[in-house]
Design a protein around this ligand. Structure first.
Ligand code: FES
Ligand SMILES: [Fe+2]
Length: 368
């Protein structure tokens, strides 16, 4: 599951000039924009004395640590070290641990797995969209739920009638009484597809929800009047109890500037209101889950949710969540980005030499 691209921020959330801490699978990370304006991502611990780099500043596209002022370029290489004695050069080992990172579709994406696999892997963006569709909205929210329970939540159609009757269902009053009719569930190793119909007055309109590896969802929904939209839900696992929900909406109608602005404003208002209706329910569910709570009822609709969890469990790995800096550092070690980046001339070719005052006496203890 770690071997995948995840959106962690929208481009506009990462202005140049200051570093920003984020979490992905519990890994503490720092993001900033380098000299060329490209986003760069490191483990949020200075390789010198492990102070968080996010406490530092960005100086001319380099991330400067707040503790001793060492500066790192976008590839993670220390390129400026104040207070270097005459004749000494920057140790080659002064390297921040970089994660593969790129900017596309208005978002910053990070690869938290084996960096050697990143370049050959595509972003999980929709490949086939209906003619004329364009990206019209990008919404996001930190949600107090683990990624799989968040997906379960979207699949859980009955909860819409209880929780979102005054928001999402108000858009379609006539659909308020009857539970949509699930007509088909298919699964393969890569995806699980649920098709259902919802009722508006006399119309039966189709919706397809496709959950795809590693933990994202695509919803294609028909609207009255022959229109439809596609929403991508990228569920970026922040830590074991939180997910950054990213919703990218694509559509081919109401795209004229004024209409687009008005409709987006309405959509965002409704979406954020609906999400707020869920927050306390999801966080309470997480707290009980941590204490090994289990469903015991066997309500018919839950068969779909249980089936999804079984499908999703195949994706999980032993080391999904943060297991300490040493573990994360090893994962970053083989970064091709660093290998290919030029070593600045001020960095010496050999590992750091002995201190000018020689070896310490052998009185034991650790230098960490
Ligand atoms: S701890 Fe970052 S420069 Fe020393
Ligand atoms: Fe909800």
């Amino acid at each position: 599951m770690r071997d995948a691209w995840y959106p962690v921020l929208l481009s506009k959330e990462l202005p140049g000039g200051q570093p920003l801490p984020v979490k992905l699978f519990g890994d503490p990370l720092v993001l900033f924009r380098d000299e060329s304006g490209q986003p760069a991502c490191f483990l949020d611990a200075c390789p010198h004395r492990f102070v968080p780099l996010s406490l530092g500043k960005v100086r001319r596209g380099r991330l400067a640590c707040a503790y001793h002022g060492w500066q790192y370029n976008g590839a993670g290489r220390c390129v400026h070290l104040p207070l270097l004695p005459e004749g000494q050069s920057i140790p080659r080992t002064a390297v921040a641990h970089a994660y593969p990172c790129m900017e596309r579709e208005g978002a910053v994406w990070i690869w938290p797995g084996d960096p050697r696999r990143a370049a050959a892997s595509p972003l999980p963006l929709p490949t086939e969209l209906p003619e004329g569709f364009e990206l019209t909205n990008q919404l996001h929210k930190r949600i107090p739920s683990r990624y799989d329970y968040l997906i379960e939540h979207v699949l859980d159609l009955p909860h819409f009638f209880q929780v979102h009757a005054a928001t999402l269902l108000r858009l379609y009053p006539a659909s308020r009484k009857s539970l949509p009719e699930v007509v088909d569930v298919q699964e393969s190793a890569e995806e699980m597809t649920v098709r259902f119909y919802y009722q508006i007055f006399s119309q039966r309109l189709p919706v397809t929800m496709k959950i795809f590896r590693p933990c994202h969802m695509r919803v294609d929904m028909a609207l009255p009047g022959g229109r439809s939209f596609t929403a991508l839900f990228f569920n970026t696992p922040t830590d074991e109890t939180h997910t950054r929900g990213n919703m990218f909406v694509y559509r081919g109608f109401l795209t004229a500037p004024v209409l687009r602005q008005l409709s987006n404003w309405l959509l965002e208002l409704t979406f954020y209101k609906a999400i707020n209706e869920d927050m306390h329910l999801l966080s309470g569910q997480m707290e009980n889950l941590a204490m090994k709570a289990k469903s015991t009822t066997g309500y018919f609709f839950d068969a779909l949710l249980n089936r999804y969890h079984r499908w999703q469990r195949h994706a999980d790995e032993q080391d999904l969540w943060f297991q300490g800096f040493e573990h994360a550092r090893q994962r970053c070690a083989a970064s091709p980005a660093l290998e290919s980046a030029a070593v600045p001339p001020e960095v010496e070719a050999a590992p750091a030499g002995p201190a000018p005052w020689g070896r310490p006496p052998a009185f034991g203890g650790s230098d960490r």
